[in-house]
Design a protein around this ligand. Structure first.
Ligand SMILES: [Zn+2]
Length: 76
């Protein structure tokens, strides 16, 4: 029997909001990105193994991991 396993990581832009950056301190558009790592069998994604939310500053490129409640606070 032969199985082909793999991991696939995809990023999806959720939304963009203007907020102050924690790195450069500028009031600049902040992108909220969701990154998912999926287990795939024969190139078909089956299970989501890891899900992280990132806040990316469009001014300086500073990236930080945020929680779900921080994402909801930014979405308002
Ligand atoms: Zn910044």
């Amino acid at each position: 029997m032969f199985f082909l396993f793999g991991l696939t990581t995809r990023e999806q832009l959720r939304f963009t909001r203007s907020a102050s950056c924690r790195y450069c301190g500028q009031f600049a558009p902040q992108q909220v990105v969701q990154r998912k790592t999926k287990l795939s069998v024969f190139f078909v994604p089956l299970l989501t193994l890891k899900r992280t939310r990132l806040q990316v500053c469009t001014n300086c490129g500073g990236t930080s991991r945020i929680s779900g409640s921080e994402e909801h606070a930014l979405a308002r």
